[in-house]
Write a new protein. Structure first.
Length: 273
């Protein structure tokens, strides 16, 4: 784990490290035809970047979705045992706590050909995990549904996936080009993880948490009611990123994802001075 002073330097260093480390091609070489397609779809970099996010509880401001999705993609790799060799981050990104592992896993799903998942269950999970519904899927974190076909673009993947159902069974999964929408190749499975930190953990009631906090802080009742109405819609709204702790059990430091019998992490602090 390399910690840089600033986010810009962390991104630069991660890019340099990836140039020298390259992708993990060993797994691809050992896979079959469908496995090669899956490896090409993921191409998980050996140098992972955990970016900072701009959300702050002290100012209502619109934030980019991309850094949040990148953070959750890195957490998904760490939780799923698919981590690269190096994790690069900044002091600001490291300071911000992350979703508990059990919350991340509850909002994630691995879908494979032949699974009895159910189209409605998949759509419900996509909405709950923060994916945006779109007529055409061409950006990470979006999905669409047409009859028995669900298109989804997980941020972990280079390409979106077209999942075709026969009743509740997953009949096929195919990658497609987000620009031309043409099919590229079949794959055996696709990994879905939350794309918004404000995606609610299944066992948490954010309304109760916010009401309790509003009472403690003597927050105006009318403003609290408006806030709760926004949360009830399930959509992003200005300032929701600052309320992330209300949607989950107590947030955890990043290093909680690095603990375990296989963890032999080395921490490196890059000090500009």
């Amino acid at each position: 784990v390399v910690v840089c002073a600033r986010d810009e330097r962390a991104a630069e260093l991660a890019c340099d490290l990836e140039f020298f480390l390259g992708h993990d091609e060993g797994q691809e070489a050992d896979s079959g035809a469908s496995g090669r397609g899956e490896a090409l779809a993921l191409e998980l970099p050996e140098a992972m970047l955990l970016p900072a996010v701009e959300a702050t509880p002290y100012a209502e401001m619109a934030t980019e979705r991309t850094p949040g999705m990148q953070r959750l993609a890195v957490l998904s790799r760490l939780a799923g045992g698919r981590a690269g060799a190096v994790l690069v981050t900044s002091a600001a990104a490291l300071r911000r706590r992350v979703l508990p592992r059990r919350s991340l896993e509850a909002l994630s799903l691995r879908i494979a050909v032949g699974d009895e998942v159910g189209r409605d269950r998949l759509l419900s999970l996509l909405v709950q995990s923060g994916h945006e519904r779109s007529p055409v899927v061409d950006d990470p974190g979006t999905f669409s549904a047409r009859g028995g076909i669900v298109d989804v673009f997980p941020p972990l993947s280079r390409f979106p996936a077209r999942i075709e159902f026969f009743d509740d069974e997953v009949e096929s999964i195919r990658l497609f080009d987000p620009t031309s929408q043409r099919t590229l190749r079949p794959v055996e499975a696709v990994e879905i993880h939350p794309v918004r930190e404000s995606a609610r953990s299944p066992d948490v009631d954010p309304r109760a948490n916010i009401l309790e906090l509003a009472d403690t802080q003597s927050h105006p009742t009318r403003q609290t009611r408006l806030l709760l109405d926004e949360i009830a819609t399930g959509r992003d709204f200005l300032g929701v990123d600052a309320l992330v702790p209300a949607f989950h059990p107590p947030l955890e430091p990043l290093w909680s994802y690095l603990h375990g019998p296989e963890s032999r992490g080395l921490w490196v602090l890059e000090e500009p001075g």
